[in-house]
Design a protein around this ligand. Structure first.
Ligand SMILES: NC(=O)C1=CN([C@@H]2O[C@H](COP(=O)(O)OP(=O)(O)OC[C@H]3O[C@@H](n4cnc5c(N)ncnc54)[C@H](O)[C@@H]3O)[C@@H](O)[C@H]2O)C=CC1
Ligand SMILES: O=C(O)CCC(=O)C(=O)O
Length: 409
């Protein structure tokens, strides 16, 4: 169990992977000055060393926060993923330690959709190859295997925020949109949902993946799916590197069974810009390779920096956990004239009544109480008279099932 009641200057913020300066500015404006800013992801041993002293860690998609890393993070209060995906974080390990994880679920959606469409247009014209040939002094003026995007069928796998945004823009360019999703989704515009992945692969000229990394999507796109694509079609993956079997894709490309591909995400990615990028796809001129920059536009990064830092500030200053991806969500009013106790506990019978009994036995008046639970933990926030907060904290330490407890002055 950990109890923390810290002055803001003592709250250590560790920001990795070059999150945008807007996050640093936001933290500083809110009075948080103890910030360590690192441009890359860290090797495991350095990550554990740094995270041991951190109260908040901000990452992007490269840093893996595993059970092992959380075990070294004794002071950690919250995690911020400055991106959409949270697959790089062991959310259960975080939850069991009472650590909420925040992300920015829509801030780079549009950036990904725009990149995918641009890549689709370039690939259908064979531009990546023609460009490479020109750079080497060649000249490949031909209309063979060059197509307009108008009237082509875009097959979207995963019709969530990105998939559906892509669908709308693609229709505006005159494309036909079909999609496959494990859930029945409202088709936007004239898009239509197909019944199976096979059905989508039979029809699509462009296949674009927009699923999260989960056990069901891991290597969901391999040899069999590639074999079902049309010979004049292209594959785009800007979702997660483990969704596509890269060796199978390399084989398919070497046999010239599809026209080309655009890949933004890889099973193993360099930790920073100084590390070599290794991939069997490097040899193919008809593959657009990008360094996981689907969401890397200034517009998106400024917004993400602001949004995720704001979520941590709200949690740290006020206790609110709205939009945490793994944690009971509580929206709280300001707590003027009272002290606020945040108590995170295992969700087992009797904890709340024990807390209330302790307060009543010690004459601690409750001015406000907010509770939210999920199947693993409970999060109760209790506003009390200022004079009683030290005693309340001491008593709450005795409650069985307590994971963490903190007071906001
Ligand atoms: N390349 C980049 O820089 C970026 C990559 N991403 C990746 O894109 C993913 C998708 O992002 P959003 O659209 O915001 O997520 P979302 O959660 O809004 O949508 C995901 C969709 O995939 C569907 N889905 C899940 N499993 C599926 C399966 N096995 N087959 C078919 N559909 C399935 C879901 O039902 C949902 O509709 C993120 O999880 C992230 O990994 C996100 C942003 C930037
Ligand atoms: O910008 C990044 O580092 C990661 C973007 C991404 O993959 C996401 O938002 O899920």
């Amino acid at each position: 169990m950990s109890t923390t009641s810290l002055d803001k200057s003592k709250i250590r913020i560790l920001l990795l992977e070059g999150v945008h300066q807007s996050a640093v500015d936001n933290f500083e404006r809110a009075g948080y000055s103890n910030i360590e800013y690192i441009k890359t992801a860290l090797p495991d041993d350095q990550l554990k060393e740094k995270i041991a002293d951190a109260h908040f860690v901000g990452i992007r998609s490269r840093t893996q926060l595993t059970e092992d890393v959380f075990a070294a993070a004794n002071k950690l209060m919250a995690v911020g993923c400055f991106c959409i995906g949270t697959n790089q974080v062991d959310l259960t390990a975080a939850l069991s330690r009472g650590i909420p994880v925040f992300n920015a679920p829509f801030s780079n959606t549009r950036s990904v959709a725009e990149l995918v469409l641009a890549e689709a247009i370039l690939l259908l014209r064979g531009i990546p190859e023609k460009n490479a040939v020109c750079h080497r002094g060649g000249w490949q003026k031909t209309a063979a295997n060059s197509f307009e995007i108008r009237g082509k069928t875009l097959g979207i796998i995963g019709y969530g925020n990105i998939g559906s945004q892509l669908s709308v823009i693609a229709e505006n360019l005159g494309m036909k949109v079909i999609f496959q999703d494990t859930v029945t989704k409202l088709p936007l515009g004239n898009a239509s949902q197909v019944n199976s992945l096979d059905e989508l692969l039979e029809q699509a000229d462009i296949v674009s993946l927009h699923v999260p990394e989960t056990p069901s999507t891991k290597y969901m796109f391999g040899k069999d799916q590639l074999a079902k694509m049309k010979p004049t079609s292209i594959l785009i993956n800007a979702s997660r590197g483990t969704v596509v079997d890269i060796e199978a894709l390399a084989q398919t490309l070497s046999e010239k069974k599809i026209l080309g591909a655009a890949i933004d995400v890889f099973p193993v990615e360099p930790r920073g810009n100084d590390e070599e990028f290794v991939s069997p796809l490097r040899e193919f001129d008809n593959v657009i390779l990008t360094p996981h920059i689907g969401g890397s536009t200034l517009e998106a990064q400024v917004n993400i920096g602001g949004e995720v830092s704001e979520k941590f500030i709200k949690y740290s200053d006020n206790g609110s956990t709205i939009s945490a991806v793994n944690f009971p969500e509580v929206a709280l009013p300001v707590h003027d004239n009272v002290h606020r106790i945040l108590h995170i506990h295992q969700n087992v019978p009797g904890v709340l009544s024990n807390i209330n009994n302790l307060f009543s036995a010690n004459n601690i008046n409750i001015c406000g109480q907010y509770l939210q639970t999920n199947n693993k933990i409970g999060y109760v926030v209790i506003d009390i008279d200022k004079a009683h907060s030290e005693l309340a904290l001491e008593k709450l330490r005795e409650v069985e099932g307590t994971i963490r407890c903190r007071v906001l002055y």
